[in-house]
Design a binder for this molecule. Sequence first.
Ligand SMILES: NC(=O)c1ccc[n+]([C@@H]2O[C@H](COP(=O)([O-])OP(=O)(O)OC[C@H]3O[C@@H](n4cnc5c(N)ncnc54)[C@H](OP(=O)(O)O)[C@@H]3O)[C@@H](O)[C@H]2O)c1
Length: 501
Amino acid sequence: MNAVICHSFGLPNSLVVGQLPDPAIGESDVLIKTYACGINFPDLLIIQNKYQFKPALPFSPGGEVSGAIEAVGEKVKHLKVGDRVVALCGWGGFAEKVAVKANRVFPMPAGMDFINGACTLYTYGTSYHALKDRAQLKSGETILVLGAAGGVGLAAVELGKVMGATVIAAASSTEKLTACKEKGAAHLINYSTEDLRARIKEITGDKGVDVVYDAVGGKLAEQALRSIAWKGRYLVVGFTTGEIPQFPANLPLLKGCSIMGVFWGSFAEREPQQSFQNFGELLAMMQKGIIRQHIHKIYSLEESPTALDDLMNRKVIGKAVVKVGEWKEEAILATREIKLPAINTSTEIPKPLQIQLTDIKKYVGHSLGVTDWFTVTQETINEFAHATQDNQWIHVDIDRAKHQMPGGKTIAHGYLTMSLAAKFFYELIEIKGATTSINYGLNKARFPVAVKSGSRIRMTGRISNVEDMPGNGLKLYMEAKMEVEGEEKPAYVGELLTALY
Ligand SMILES: NC(=O)c1ccc[n+]([C@@H]2O[C@H](COP(=O)([O-])OP(=O)(O)OC[C@H]3O[C@@H](n4cnc5c(N)ncnc54)[C@H](OP(=O)(O)O)[C@@H]3O)[C@@H](O)[C@H]2O)c1
C-alpha cells in the first residue's frame, strides 16, 4: 500500500513516500481503509522519537483517522465491514490502510464527513475533558486560552463559549485571533505584541481569570498563573514552546488556586465510560451544528510532510487534514445510524438566537444549531402544487406514486423544500433592531435526497458571511443544511441570502 514512511527519526522533511505491506490484524483489531488523517502535535513528536509511544522503525505516522472498515478480528462485535468510522490509531494513518484496536474505533454519526471526522476526537476530546471534567467550567466564568488558534486551543475556545464562559483567546497573530473571534472569543490578546498580564488586568479588573487553558507552556505560563482568580483552575495541557514551566509554590497558595494536569489519553483508558459519554455529547453537538471544526487546509498523502512542517512552523489555524487517495464523500454511504446521548441542557443553543443588527458581523462563523422537526404531509405538497399551479403527478397523484415511485410515495417539489429554508431561518435567528428582513435568494443549492410525503425534515444553520449593502443594509449569508429523518444524505444544502435593514 502507499504510505508516508518514517525510516529514521527526524524532522518532517526526513519522511519519504513509499510502499509498506498491508497491516495484519489481531483478533481484537479492525482494518480500516483510510480516507483522511488529522494532523496533531504528537505526530511531530513521534517522528522525532520525543513522544511517550515509540513505534519500531520503519513506520507511518498519523494518529487519528477516518475511513471505512475492511476487515474485523474474530472478537470484535460492535463494528462490521463497511462501517464508516473514526479512530485513534496512534500512528499508521499516513497510509492507505491501518490496523487499530477496536476499542479505539467509533462509528461515525450520520451527517459527519470524513474530513471533519478525521480531526474531531483528539482536539475536542481533550478540550472537553479539560473544561468539563477537570476545570468543571461554569457558565459565567472567564477562561483564558493560550495557543488559542491551535488544534486543541480552538476547540477550547469554541467549547468554552458553548459552555457559557467568557473566552479570552491569546495567540501570536491577528489572523489567528480572527479565527478565535469567529469561534466565539469575547476578548483577544496577541502575545507577540501585547503584555499578557496587563491585558488580562484590563479585561477582568483585579479579579483575574477563573480558568487558564495552557497548551503552550514556556514563559507565558507563569504570567498566566499570576493572572488567575481566587480559587482559579490552571489546566496544564501541553508544551508546544518546548519549555516545561516551573511554578513558584507560593503562587497557588496566595491564589487559593489549583494546578491541574490534563492527560486525555490516560483518562480515556482509565475512565472509558466517562470518555464514551463525552464523545457521544461531542458528536451530538456536531450533528446539531453547535460545534464545527475549523479546517485550515486539506493536503494530499504525498503532501503530509508539508502538513507537519506547517504545524511545526506555527502556520496552521485549527486543523490540517490529509486526504488519503481520491474519493467523493457522496459516493460513500454510512451503513447504520448510531444513537447519541442527550446533551447537557446548559450546552444547548437557545432558539431563536437573538442578535442585535449592529452586532451581527461578530457572529460570522457562529453555528445557530438545529430547528425542530417539520413533517411534510401530502396536504403541504398539495397546497404548494395548488399555489404554484404545478400539478406534476409525482407530487400529487398518490395512487400512481404507490405503483411507480420508489417507496410508493409522492415526493415534495424541490422548490417546496427550498422555500422551507425561510421558515426555518426564523426558528434559528431573531434579528433585533432590523425593520426589514427579506430572504431573497439561495446560493449553491443542491438537493441530494428527495423528500417523500410524510417525511420529517429539519435545518441546521450557520452564519457564513455578512456584507454591507447599499443604503445602510446588510447582506446575511446563512449556510443551511436540511436533513430528512432516517436518511444519510441531506435533502437540501445551500446558502440562504437575507437582506437586513
Ligand atoms: N494533555 C493532553 O491530553 C493533550 C492532548 C492533546 C494535545 N496535547 C498537547 O497540546 C499541545 C497542542 O497540540 P495541538 O495539536 O493543538 O497543536 P497545534 O495545533 O500545533 O497548536 C499549538 C499552538 O501552540 C503555539 N505554539 C507556541 N510555540 C510553538 C512552537 N514553538 N511550535 C509550535 N507551536 C507553538 C501555536 O500558536 P501561536 O503561534 O499562536 O503561539 C500553535 O497554534 C501539544 O503540546 C500537544 O502534545 C495534550
